[in-house]
Each structure stands twice: as structure tokens, then as C-alpha cells.
Ligand binder design. Structure first.
Ligand SMILES: Cc1cc2nc3c(=O)[nH]c(=O)nc-3n(C[C@H](O)[C@H](O)[C@H](O)COP(=O)(O)OP(=O)(O)OC[C@H]3O[C@@H](n4cnc5c(N)ncnc54)[C@H](O)[C@@H]3O)c2cc1C
Length: 435
């Protein structure tokens, strides 16, 4: 089967051959059929070129829940099961994802390959903290079970390994018990980046979830915004909504995301909350997945798409580093959306992204100028002791990767051990010298 694939941004659609294995046997056959280089693909929700290659193994048909222990919340599922599938099955039974990114459409395996984090990293870490065991098909077709005690190097290299160790066939994930589909949310309004950072740090230990939206287009008060804190409600209402997206953005001939529109939009959003503190009860869908309300929202950026720059910097010096990045990127393009979170100190694999500190994600309309600015800003991040998130990256250089991921050589060595012929490759891994 041939299909057009693209990342969410710069990449022109490339025509790829796509295998769609339906079970373990056909997955092995797809890997062994001798066509050379390939990469696993989930729901294609990573923003760059990590799941793009000439030959792709789509794991979407591997979408079966295999077993569930209702006493412990342990779920055994195939890699192509989506987060939305898990919620639909588990929430009515009183269980929820222990960690979730800001969209419910990715697959479990795609989330493991990026070792995704949520709004609760400061407390519990990233998804890997809840994965007990993986079953991975290596490049030679062998199925290798791995865990913290059995082949631990393969287990850890796969978390954050961007599909380069093998194809995750199935996984065992520990869900968290909940008593409601709703969250009790508190929104705090802040007046500056300094106040946003200070309040995020001061409140995070009182709430499992915390995140801030910041306004980057308001001159000297850049970094003012809303902090959204949350905790699961206990009212016994356990209904998933599964709302289909309310709008679908059509293909547009030009970019609609411009500074002239973003400035008043940000001001209205900021002033929309006129009290310093507002407490509400919110369903998990708008709380965790606000962007899922509109399908194909990336089309608002026109044919060139958008670029997200997400980086993490240690707490010490973080504000100065973030100011520098905001200053540099603002000269190149207006930031459409800026989201700030904190990371705690938790174990990661050799290519794990989180480090104790702040993480800032910035969305821009894609232009040559912003690509150049993001590359320069990456050097600012490196100088501050930070790193860029590979699941969102499409522009950094191999030298920058080596400078910011101190365990990258350990990863390269493990990769050679598990895939000596280097058959798992993506556009990203070729660009970054990982394959
Ligand atoms: C609106 C939005 C919000 C987001 N918010 C967050 C967030 O808050 N936190 C966060 O961490 N991320 C976030 N992300 C990023 C997203 O969660 C990750 O990029 C995730 O990896 C996407 O999973 P996918 O199934 O779409 O995988 P793809 O995009 O298809 O692939 C991602 C990587 O996983 C690998 N992969 C896929 N399937 C397998 C498999 N079976 N075996 C081995 N490797 C595989 C691919 O090779 C690739 O390297 C967000 C993305 C969107 C669109």
C-alpha cells in the first residue's frame, strides 16, 4: 500500500510505502520482508519528522485491549490502542490514564516512544513511570519482553527512543483510580513571567496537575497569564464524553495566524478572567485536551504549517533563559500559543527529555526566519543546561543533539546492539545522526 505522509509542519508530503500489520505474525513479516529501512508510526501526532520515512509500519490496526485487572488497574494492550480507546474502556470502571499529553488521539506505543509527559510530571514523572512491561519486535523479528528487571537496557532505551529500538507490539500499563470524569480546577491570573514561574513552583505540590498559558505578545509584561491547577473530582460521575471535534478547519491558501490578530486575542483571553482566582469544575476533555475541539487546527497556519519549539531548562537561570528565547524568537515570528509547565526529578531513558526545571512550548507559523531563530535559541537552551523535545523537533542539528543529550552515545551503542544493521530509521534519525 502507498500513502502520502507528512509531519505537521515543514515536510512536504512524501509518498511512503505503508505496511499495516493486523497481528504479531504479520508485524514480524512486515519487519522481516527485507525492504531495508523502516520506522513504526502511530497516530502521526508528533510534530516533526520522527514518524516519517520512505517505508512505514503503521501500528494503527494493532488496536486491541488484551487484558485488564480490575483490582490493580493493570492494562495489557496492543501498541496501536489510542489514549481515547483507553479512556472509553477504563473511565466507566473508575480508572484513568496516569499521564496524558494534551491530545487524546495518539497511540500508547507512540506515547511510549516519546516517553510523553503531562501536566503532572512534577509529581509522578512521565509515562514510563507507569509502564511495567513491553513486548518489542526487534529488527531480526524476535519478540523480546522487557521490563525494569528483564532486559532493562532495552526497556529504558525504548522509552523516548523514538521508534529506533524496535516496534512495540504490546505493553502493560498501570492506570490510576479516579472517582469522577471531572476535575476541580483553580485558575490564577499572573502579571509577569516572574510571577507565573513563582506561583507555578509555589502551588505545584498542592495539586497533581498544573500548567500555565502565557501571553508573549504584551511587551514588558511578557509572560503574564493564567495558571491552571487541577485535581480529580470525587462526585462519582464517570462518563467519557468522546465528543467528535466541534469544528474542522478546511485547507487554507494562506496563514491566518498573524501578530495583528494574536495580540487582541491574547489580551481578551487574559482579561477574560478579571478575578485573580477562579475555581470551577471541568470535564476532563476541555481540561486535558482543549485543542482536540477543532479537527485539523494546524491548517490555520496555511500550507507552510507551523513549528513548535519545546524545551526544558533547569530551575536555576530558567527565567533568564526563557526571556532570551522569547526575545529572539519574537523578532522572527509571533508566538501563537505558549504553554509553561514544571518537571520533577524522575528517572528517564538515555534519550529522555524531562529534567528538573521548567518546560516551555511555543507555537509559531513556519517561516525560514523562525527556523533560523529556533536553531539559535536552541544554543541558548544548551547554554542554560537544557534540551529540546524530540517529539516536537524538526530543525535541530546533530551537534546540538549531542550537546544537549548527555547519554546520546549510550543510546547509539544500545541501538547498534538491538538493530545492528540500522533498519529502524526516520527522517529525524537520519537528520540527527541517530541512524
Ligand atoms: C495537540 C497535541 C498536544 C500534545 N501535547 C503533548 C504533551 O503535553 N506532552 C507530550 O509529551 N507530548 C505531547 N504531544 C506530542 C505527542 O503526544 C507525541 O508526539 C506522541 O509520540 C504521539 O504519538 P503517536 O501515536 O501520534 O505517534 P507518531 O507521531 O506516529 O510517532 C511518534 C514516535 O513514536 C514512534 N512509534 C509509533 N508507534 C510505535 C511502535 N508501535 N513502536 C515503536 N515506536 C513507535 C514513531 O517511530 C515516532 O518516533 C502533543 C501532540 C499534539 C498533537
Amino acid at each position: 500500500m502507498r500513502q502520502f505522509l507528512s509531519g505537521w509542519g515543514r515536510y512536504p508530503e512524501i509518498e511512503a510505502s505503508v505496511d499495516m500489520p493486523r497481528d504479531l505474525q504479520s508485524l514480524r513479516a512486515a519487519i522481516l520482508d527485507g525492504r531495508g529501512a523502516m520506522i513504526a508510526r502511530g497516530a502521526g501526532r508528533s510534530y516533526g519528522d520522527a514518524a516519517v520515512a520512505d517505508h512505514v509500519i503503521s501500528c494503527l490496526p494493532l488496536r486491541h485491549l488484551l487484558a485488564f485487572d480490575a483490582a490493580s488497574g493493570m492494562l495489557h494492550a496492543q501498541g496501536g490502542v489510542t489514549l481515547d480507546d483507553v479512556i472509553g474502556f477504563a473511565l466507566p470502571r473508575g480508572w484513568f490514564l496516569p499521564v496524558t499529553p494534551g491530545t487524546r488521539f495518539p497511540t500508547l506505543a507512540g506515547c511510549i516512544a516519546a516517553d510523553v509527559h503531562g501536566k503532572n510530571h512534577h509529581g509522578v514523572g512521565s509515562l514510563s513511570a507507569f509502564v511495567e512491561r513491553l513486548e518489542i519486535v526487534l529488527a531480526d523479528g524476535t519478540l523480546v519482553p522487557c521490563s525494569r528487571t528483564e532486559h532493562p537496557e532495552l526497556f529504558w532505551a525504548t522509552h523516548g527512543g523514538m521508534g529506533l529500538t524496535g516496534v512495540i507490539y504490546s505493553l502493560h500499563l498501570r492506570l490510576q483510580p479516579v472517582r469522577s470524569a471531572f476535575l476541580q480546577s483553580v485558575r490564577l491570573r499572573t502579571d509577569s513571567l516572574h510571577e507565573t514561574c513563582k506561583l507555578l513552583c509555589a502551588t505545584q505540590h498542592r495539586y497533581p496537575y498544573s500548567v500555565a498559558w502565557i501571553d508573549t505578545l504584551c511587551g514588558r509584561r511578557r509572560g503574564r497569564g493564567h495558571i491552571m491547577l487541577g485535581t480529580h473530582a470525587t462526585d462519582g460521575r464517570l462518563t467519557p464524553l468522546h465528543r467528535a471535534p466541534r469544528w474542522t478547519v478546511p485547507r487554507l491558501p494562506t496563514n491566518l495566524v498573524r501578530r495583528s490578530g494574536l495580540r487582541p486575542f491574547n489580551t481578551l483571553t487574559y482579561r477574560g478572567q478579571w478575578r485573580r482566582r477562579v475555581a470551577t469544575t471541568v470535564h476532563y476533555e476541555p481540561y486535558f485536551y482543549p485543542l482536540d475541539a477543532a479537527a485539523c487546527w494546524n491548517r490555520l497556519y496555511g500550507p507552510r504549517g507551523f513549528l513548535q519549539f519545546q524545551f526544558a531548562v533547569p530551575f536555576a537561570g530558567a527565567e533568564a533563559a526563557m526571556e532570551m528565547v522569547l526575545e529572539r524568537t519574537d523578532r522572527a515570528a509571533p508566538c501563537a500559543l505558549a504553554v509553561l509547565k514544571t518537571f520533577g526529578d524522575h528517572p528517564t531513558g538515555p534519550l529522555g527529555f524531562p529534567l528538573p526545571g521548567f518546560t516551555l512550548a511555543l507555537d509559531f507559523p513556519r517561516t525560514g526566519a523562525i527556523e533560523t531563530a529556533v536553531r539559535a535559541a536552541t544554543d541558548d537552551v544548551i547554554a542554560a543546561g537544557g534540551r529540546v523535545y524530540l517529539a516536537k523537533d524538526s530543525v535541530i542539528t546533530p551537534e546540538q543533539l549531542d550537546a544537549m543529550y548527555p547519554r546520546v552515545d549510550e543510546f547509539r551503542q544500545l541501538r547498534r546492539q538491538f538493530d545492528p544493521q540500522g533498519r529502524f530509521r526516520s527522517l529525524q534519525s537520519d537528520r540527527l545522526g541517530l541512524s
